[in-house]
Design a protein around this ligand. Sequence first.
Ligand code: ADP
Length: 627
Amino acid sequence: MEQQQTTKNVVGTQRDGANQQAQMKQHALRMLETYFGYTSFRPAQEAPVASLLRNEDVIGIMPTGAGKSICFQIPALCKPGLTIVFSPLISLMKDQVDGLLVQNIPAALINSTLTQAEFNKTMYEVRSGKIKLLYIAPERLGSNFFCNVLRALPIAQVIVDEAHCISEWGHDFRPSYQLIGEWLNSLPKRPIVGAFTATATKYVENDIKKLLGLDNANVYVTGFDRSNLSFSVIRTPKRMDYVVHYVRQHANENGIIYCATRKDVDRVYENLTRAGIKVGHYHGGLSDEVRREMQNAYADDKLQVMVATNAFGMGIDKSNVRYVLHYQMPRNMESYYQEAGRAGRDGAPAECILLYSGQDVQVHKYLIEQSIETPERQEVELRKLQSMIDYCFCSNCLRKYMLNYFGESTVWTTCDNCSSCKGSGDKVNVTKEAKAIFRAIMGTDERYGASMITSIVRGDRTDRIMWAGHDALPVFGLLSNVDEKSIKGLIQQFVASGYLRSSSGKYPVLSLTAGAEEVLAGHKEVEEIRQHVSVPSRTSRSTSTTSRGKASSGAGGLFEHLRQHRKRLAEEAGLRPYLIFPDTVLIDLANLRPTTLGEFGNVKGVGEAKLKKYGLSFLQAITEYKR
Ligand code: ADP
């Protein structure tokens, strides 16, 4: 009897629990629709949201653009009490808070830019329970006074955004992040903690667990694929021409061009400026003020393109970056994926293009070998560099290569959205050329670099060659019909693909690897992909995101009209344009052309507050365009 009673209770409790969870989910969905205008969570968002709602700690590892913010913002709205969000940069914080306020979500921030009066006002609002989300810079925890102020607040949950900043292994290490763990322990009652990041390495994950006391947290790792991004590698010596044409072709789209050095930034910047493009530049050699101005102008859509070194990075929450071009190959895949990933955060299609030239390899090798790192560390860096080079020469799916590199297995073999899968190149058999080059290297006892070997196979009768008697080699002049640049290009590729080794130092000397010996023995053929480098024709001008097939044909003009309208509204409101509506909403508006507020409100991403604030104005803009 007693036993029966207990079983009944357990079943009853389980049912109550399930009911309660279903109710919480319904409530969360209502909040999502009301405030954000989305009718469902993305699959990757469900578990972290449910976990925070159940009052369980969470570590969420999700790629950029996956929608991390909503994972904690919705629970913040559903729960009684305050959510504190630690965020590393003032600009990021402001962006997030502005984005929430425009949706009528009561949020505020505290950082060093506030005056005493503003601070007091914010704290008053927080204490009176008006504010649901309070964004704080972790540096503030250095002040005892401030920590005491926080102790008195009804904190429901604490969120650590960009949580990789806590780890010295993370690429954006911030010492002040390490204050958070100690502060959590000092609170009278430990709140629920959620840590979110896009950095997936185990070192970083372990540090997050250790330093925030999250050993028992639910860890959710989302796949790192970003299906809206297309990836291409273009091997061309004419990078500048390519860039100028590309940017011209995408005249109304925002892009970032990453260069390896300040000098390259300046060169690309000057060339684009001369071509009449509204372009900004950003690197460590510019003053703080210039950099700030550039960053703001870019975020406000006042500049079309930003040319930058990797100093331009975190703090770019701009969601409508439609392309990221790499003018040079970065030094490893981690940097590449992070930088390229700044494209298409809004989920609309975006392009990531890496322009490869063989020189990049030599420059990176030189920098690694000259660095003050230990030999072991240099070895690791060189291996990472090799993986990056392999990406550039990968003739299979680039997306698959990349995901596998980051430890994710993929069941598919082609993605149809990368330069390998789309087949933007022909495979050309270059075994004959390879053999000639390898023989020239072997015949001269691996004593020379690329210039001498090129001269030999081309049959140049220079004093040096004649004096050394290399004109007597059987391969002398074997490739006389191939131009010098192409031969040097081939040599670089053979180094990159591991057939040849190039010594470090000022005058690199070439030598053969086992791979080259296999080719010479006739066991292996050498292929290279010759790309049709599409320096786009001027007649086929495409002008906007709409050219990517997102907005239907004919909607391109309206999309552009709405983009201009958004820019005007943003200026009036002192907001970033993408905070008014992301590009995805404008694309849907251009396609659907709503005529009533009801239709407008059904567009994905239009919540109640934005409908009220901007609905009529956008409907009017659509009608105007029709006339
Ligand atoms: P992250 O912080 O992971 O880079 P964000 O939080 O900035 O990503 O979200 C990226 C984009 O996805 C934003 O434009 C956001 O509005 C959109 N988004 C987030 N959740 C959803 C959802 N459930 N449905 C549709 N769009 C969403």
